[in-house]
Design a protein around this ligand. Structure first.
Ligand code: SAM
Length: 275
């Protein structure tokens, strides 16, 4: 019998994946969680019917959400990840030798536990002694930690449910306060094809808070449209002007120094969302 996963983020357009094996499905306190093995993208984490990460393309998202801010900041020591319970962002952050501590603030402990069990390729760094795991709401955590992190990464689910408050001006003000003097923030901010108003709103809200605000893009096949945006807010450093000639070499599959600059060059219809 053929079993198919129908990805459900966008109501009127779906991607489907033929399932090889269902590894786990459960209801957590916060969401429906599934980890399935698929023929086309390998194992994938699915929350409330929405694909979060897959073995085949996770590196694009995790490298871009981390290395862009971490190579823009000259000396990132303390990093906060809000969400990100699969551990992929933490794995990439810990490739940076300057980093002394990463705090992962994830609302759903079961995402972490199941990813440790079924997706060790992605979650492998969660046991690293430099990684501290805090189970709780990122909004509260950010509010309670002023002037504490050099980089804050919002690696969240889409803007509804528990993640709704992670998108918008009041949260970005809190992140500004949570960052140290020259800190940088990055968030995953959806697709300009299906959700242009989210992209526009996030950019506008971030720009009202951060002196340097930039949008960058990456190609992520399992996210709706495959064309994904990230928004960066910085107190001082401009990711397009940073000198990358003497940065350490780290092992990546998507990120390169050339792409660090090129990903900020936007197609016209996306650039228009930033005006
Ligand atoms: N790469 C993914 C994407 O864009 O589809 C995000 C992956 S990560 C698994 C997202 C995590 O954010 C989920 O595990 C979810 O539980 C967590 N999350 C959602 N709202 C949160 C909140 N308010 N505080 C902390 N974590 C939150």
């Amino acid at each position: 019998m053929d079993l198919w996963l129908k990805e459900g983020q966008i109501e009127d357009a779906v991607m489907t994946y033929k399932i090889k094996q269902t590894l786990i499905t459960k209801k957590t306190e916060h969401q429906d969680l599934a980890i399935v093995d698929t023929y086309s993208f390998g194992k994938m984490l699915v929350l409330d019917g929405i694909v979060q990460t897959t073995i085949k393309d996770e590196y694009v998202y995790h490298e871009m959400i981390t290395h862009i801010p971490l190579f823009t900041h000259p000396d990132p020591k303390r990093v906060l990840v809000v969400g990100g319970g699969d551990g992929g962002a933490v794995r990439e952050i810990l490739k940076h030798p300057t980093v002394k501590e990463v705090v992962l603030c994830e609302i759903d402990r079961e995402v972490i536990d199941e990813c440790k069990k079924y997706l060790p390729e992605i979650s492998c760094a969660l046991e690293n002694p430099k990684c501290e795991i805090f189970i709780g709401d990122g909004i509260k955590y950010v509010h309670e930690h002023k002037n504490s992190f050099d980089v804050v990464i919002v690696d969240s689910t889409d803007p509804f449910g528990a993640a709704e408050g992670l998108f918008g001006g009041s949260f970005y003000k809190e992140i500004y306060e949570c960052l140290t003097e020259n800190g940088i923030f990055v968030a995953q901010t959806e697709t300009p094809f299906y959700l242009p108003e989210v992209v526009r709103g996030v950019y506008r809200d971030a720009k009202s808070v951060f002196p340097v605000t930039k949008l960058f893009m990456a190609g992520i096949p399992t996210y709706p449209s495959g064309f994904w945006s990230f928004t960066l807010g910085s107190k001082k450093y401009d990711p397009q002007k940073v000198d990358l000639s003497s940065t350490v070499d780290i092992n990546t599959k998507y990120y390169t120094k050339e792409l660090h600059k090129a990903c900020f060059v936007l197609p016209k219809f996306v650039e228009d969302l930033t005006k």
